[in-house]
Write a protein that binds this ligand. Structure first.
Ligand SMILES: Cc1ncc(COP(=O)(O)O)c(C=O)c1O
Length: 400
């Protein structure tokens, strides 16, 4: 069935929204402004200086001295696929630490590469247990790659990385980390972890529009890509070829998305002007207020204390409440976007994102006030004002 055509006169303008979903989050006005500058050539000597600056800024945000840092054309999934398709050759063993929707995506990608895929699946909504990886690696002679998700957006888990990284290293495997939701909002410590390949996305804590995937590639991983027996199946996402453009020689690969790279430069400058630690603290403070407000409304959080992500907070939708209606009324009547549950959490969970420019106290309070109006309408009674009061109390406590 085809959709009826909407006449041009009835086409909606882009409405203003408060973006509290899993991404995109709000783009900073300076970032939008940067995208309005002239377009220049991707091999223009002045643009190449900009590329070098972006690479330097990324090194600071990824907390790495030695890695090659660059931004792939494409969203976070491009970063995921570039890593898997460049690092794995057919038959190589990859061990995937999986406890959410995005690790399932990794498994699907790795299987398409004819790799020997070992999917270690653990319970959703709990951190991945390092012992599971340790046991698996003990049983295996040779593992090319171990992968893990630092910030699992589907479950709201902040995964401790140090043990997983150590185990991969002790087994002489490369270590790949998904930092799509954490980079710029939570510490991503590429050098401390010894991560060989770490990728992110621009539309979350970096406060840019979607379209680029910043990555950090270790010298060891770069060498592994360059010394493959066969070319990777993807030409466009071949990290060796892309590294030649972002590296010293700036060799043409494909037309770089100039305006998005200018946006990313501005986004990274803003991150570093605020200061990484200050930015992490802001994300912590606002997430704590959000949790206090949700709990005061009697809503149960999915992730356990100690492992909660500050970037995204999933909560269980109370029995009998239509979760799609909650999201729809939030959007239509309050202009607030929140996220639906994914995979096994679909229909049962709502996810609230507070990332980058969207992590603001006033948004937390606006969401609380809206939920206090909507939930009783849908059959779930709450104590009037409890959510706003608890969130506002948590914000004042953290300010003193
Ligand atoms: C943890 C994680 N990994 C990968 C992705 C895929 O990123 P994208 O949608 O930018 O392709 C997402 C998207 O939300 C994510 O949250």
């Amino acid at each position: 069935m085809t959709r009826p055509a909407v006449p041009p006169s009835r086409m909606p303008a882009v409405p203003p929204r408060i973006l509290l979903g899993p991404g995109p989050s709000a783009a900073h006005p300076r970032v939008l402004q940067a995208m309005m500058s002239h377009v220049i050539g991707y091999l223009d000597p002045d643009f190449l200086l900009i590329i070098d600056e972006v690479s330097d800024l990324l090194r600071r945000v990824f907390r790495t001295d030695e890695n090659l840092t660059l931004a792939l054309s494409g969203t976070g999934s491009a970063g995921m696929e570039a890593g898997l398709s460049s690092l794995l050759e057919p038959g190589d063993t990859v061990v995937i630490c999986a406890s959410g929707f995005f690790s399932d995506r990794m498994i699907d990608m790795a299987e398409r590469l004819d790799a020997d895929v070992v999917a270690l699946r653990s319970e959703w909504g709990r951190p991945f247990p390092a012992e599971m990886l340790a046991d698996e690696l003990k049983r295996r002679e040779s593992v090319k790659l171990v992968t893990a998700i630092h910030a699992e957006t589907s479950t709201g888990i902040s995964q401790p990385m140090d043990d997983l990284a150590r185990l991969a290293r002790e087994h002489d495997a490369l270590f790949m980390v998904d930092a799509v939701t954490s980079l710029g909002g939570n510490e991503v410590a590429v050098d401390r972890w010894g991560a060989d390949y770490c990728y992110s996305a621009t539309q979350k804590c970096l406060a840019c529009p979607p379209g680029l995937s910043p990555v950090a590639l270790s010298p060891r991983a770069h060498e592994a890509v360059k010394s493959r027996k066969n070319k990777p199946s993807s030409w466009y996402l071949d990290l060796a070829l892309i590294a030649n453009y972002w590296g010293f020689d700036h060799v043409y690969h494909h037309t770089a998305p100039v305006s998005l790279i200018l946006a990313l430069r501005e986004g990274l400058r803003i991150v570093l002007e605020e200061g990484l630690e200050q930015r992490f603290e802001r994300h912590r403070r606002n997430a704590a207020a959000l949790r206090a407000g949700l709990e005061a409304l009697g809503l149960d959080l999915v992730s356990p204390e100690g492992y909660r992500l500050d970037q995204i907070t999933p909560f269980w939708v109370p029995e009998g409440v239509d979760e799609a209606a909650v999201r729809q009324i939030l959007l239509r009547e309050h202009g607030i976007e929140v996220g639906r549950g994914l995979g096994q959490f679909a229909g049962r969970v709502i996810r609230v994102g507070l990332m980058g420019e969207s992590s603001r106290p006033e948004y937390v309070l606006a969401l609380m006030a809206a939920l206090e109006k909507i939930l009783p309408r849908l059959g779930y009674e709450t104590a009037h004002g409890a959510g706003v009061s608890a969130a506002s109390g948590a914000l004042s406590d953290s300010a003193t």
